[in-house]
Write a protein that binds this ligand. Structure first.
Ligand code: B16
Ligand code: MG
Length: 222
């Protein structure tokens, strides 16, 4: 354990490291329109941190079309959404890292604390490569091996285990309600970006993620 008593910091990807959460929304909206279903940004909040197939189910339920398709048809639709999403990813460059994130990562590293990634996205590696951040993480949980998406704690517990860190002395950073629930269920300290009920520390935007303030809040709480 380092001098702050913090054993690891684990980040969500979409919406925390970069704004791919918006690309996911645009890609789902495109698919939903193809199916004659309307979704808006408020509905999209429910998709954040939720796996591809679970997101599709929520959209079909929204359009009352949950019983209209076979599994093979649903897999084709999820694949089509992913193609829309991957088209958006072609635009991604290192300048798309959200404000304050590079500074935060540098400050955590300067304290000798390992950094993990807990993204349920199967495109996480592509996104990190496009942002040139692939070497910044000491452990990246493999979304393909995760059985339960957020709000289940599995992915955060997997990241802590991969870093050799006790979740009770680790911090998770999230932008989604399902993600905050996952962090809390794992026993970690939850930092929320956005109006997120249940966060131990809440900021309105990534540029407010200041390492000294996060450490102080963690120390007060634990
Ligand atoms: P993919 P996170 C999540 O990533 C997204 O928030 C969610 O919107 C998306 O459906 C999910 O990944 C699966 O992504 O379709 O790329 O496998 O927030 O856990 O980083
Ligand atoms: Mg997210």
């Amino acid at each position: 354990m380092n001098k702050n008593g913090i054993e690891a910091v684990v980040f969500d990807l979409d919406g925390v490291i970069t704004d791919t959460a918006h690309y996911h929304y645009l890609a789902w909206k495109q698919l939903a329109e193809e199916l004659g279903i309307k979704i808006d940004e408020k509905f999209n909040e429910r998709l954040k941190g939720v796996s591809r197939m679970d997101s599709l189910e929520l959209i079909l339920q929204e359009g009352n079309r949950q019983d209209d398709f076979t599994l093979a048809e649903k897999e084709e639709m999820a694949g089509r959404k992913n193609l829309h999403y991957c088209d958006f990813l072609k635009e991604l460059t290192p300048s798309d890292v959200l404000p304050g994130i590079l500074e935060l990562i540098a400050d955590i590293k300067a304290d000798g604390i390992p950094i993990g990634l807990a993204s349920v996205s199967k495109n996480a590696e592509t996104v990190l490569n496009a942002l040139q951040l692939q070497n910044e993480f000491d452990y990246i949980a493999d979304a393909a091996k995760i059985k339960k998406s957020k709000p289940d704690p599995e992915i955060f517990l997997t990241a802590c285990a991969g870093l050799g860190a006790n979740p009770l002395y680790s911090i998770g950073v999230e932008d989604a309600a399902a993600g905050i629930k996952a962090i809390k269920a794992s026993g970690m300290f939850a930092v929320g970006v956005g109006n997120l009920e249940g966060s131990d520390l809440q900021v309105t935007a990534t540029k407010e993620l200041l390492w000294d303030e996060i450490k102080a809040a963690f120390t007060t709480e634990r």
